[in-house]
Design a binder for this molecule. Structure first.
Ligand code: C5P
Length: 301
């Protein structure tokens, strides 16, 4: 029996280490990408329909494509194709994750839609197959399904879970997005003359994650895409400086940006850093949250 509606919640992420190597023949970059899921979520509700349709609600809904380029729609299509059925479903995205921000909001919607359709259609697709479909959808999508804390290798889609204590975060959401391919192209331009080593996870960073010590984590966070994001969007340096000036232990661009992430000691410091960022007018809005958070989870079926 299939259900009448299924809602799945999936988390945003921050990368505490994003080590990038020279582009592969297929154009993708080899990564050592340490992901933490954070407690900001999108929810996708799948209901039976005559054809594949997508709607979206939330403050950033106007920026979300509702056609087949939406990763939620593509997830439904790929899952249906694998099982030889029609992707007839209505997907509603309740969007809370900043759009085009480097927080994997689109990936979260892809993973959530995949689980929601699997439950709605009563398919019971094995987890390994769901992860394959996620990797086909995008490099960050498998992590949205798995959540928690993980090291992503390959182009980011090959995941190894890592241990992580609780950390407090403030995110500053910039005006407008940054295109991930454009940031990788800028990375290529900036590193054209460099001999890039094969990306590797930093053992000191993994130890800091395990210990839950924010000072140790702050000393080891690193994002190789940050110079490229700052080159395309120099104003982000001002946002980073405001957060550091207000007491953030570390300030970095989240993934390919333009969202910036601030590691803080506790909730009290989070509120102080968020207030300073809001007052500075160097960002559109701020969000405070913690890591890690669970991966895509069925809420109602
Ligand atoms: O995998 P995904 O579709 O999210 O990637 C979006 C774009 O980001 C790719 O088309 C590519 O330009 C860039 N990318 C990359 N190397 C990676 C992941 C993404 O160059 N490991």
């Amino acid at each position: 029996m299939s259900a009448a509606a299924v809602t799945v919640r999936a988390p945003a992420k921050v990368n505490v280490q994003l080590a990038v190597g020279a582009p592969r023949p297929d154009g993708f970059h080899p990564l050592a990408n340490v992901f933490l899921a954070v407690s900001l979520h999108d929810e996708v509700t799948a209901t039976p329909a005559g054809s594949l349709t997508v709607t979206c609600s939330g403050p950033d809904a106007g920026q979300v494509p509702l056609d087949r380029t939406n990763l939620a729609a593509r997830a439904a299509e790929l899952l249906a194709a694998r099982h030889g059925i029609a992707p007839d479903v209505h997907l509603h995205i309740a969007k809370d994750i900043p759009v085009a921000g480097g927080m994997a909001g689109g990936s979260a919607d892809g993973a959530a839609a995949l689980l929601a359709c699997d439950a709605l259609w009563g398919l019971n697709t094995p987890r390994a197959e769901l992860l394959d479909i996620c990797a086909e959808l995008g490099s960050d999508v498998p992590f949205s399904l798995v959540g928690g804390a993980a090291l992503g290798t390959g182009r980011g889609e090959v995941l190894t879970p890592v241990e992580a204590g609780t950390f407090h975060w403030v995110f500053a959401v910039a005006d407008g997005g940054l295109s991930t391919p454009a940031v990788f192209r800028e990375f290529d331009r900036l590193t054209a003359d460099a001999a890039l080593p094969a990306p590797q996870a930093d053992p000191a960073l993994l130890a800091a994650l395990r210990s839950g010590d924010p000072d140790a984590l702050a000393a080891t966070v690193a994002n190789d895409l940050q110079p490229a994001a700052l080159s395309l969007r120099p104003q982000l340096a001002d946002t980073l400086a405001v957060g550091t000036g207000a007491g953030a232990l570390a300030a970095l661009v989240s993934g390919s940006g333009p969202t910036t992430a601030f590691l803080v000691r506790d909730e009290e410091s989070a509120l102080k850093v968020a207030a300073a960022l809001q007052a500075s007018a160097t960002c559109r809005t701020t969000r405070t949250t913690t890591s890690p958070a669970p991966g895509a989870t069925v809420l109602t079926a």
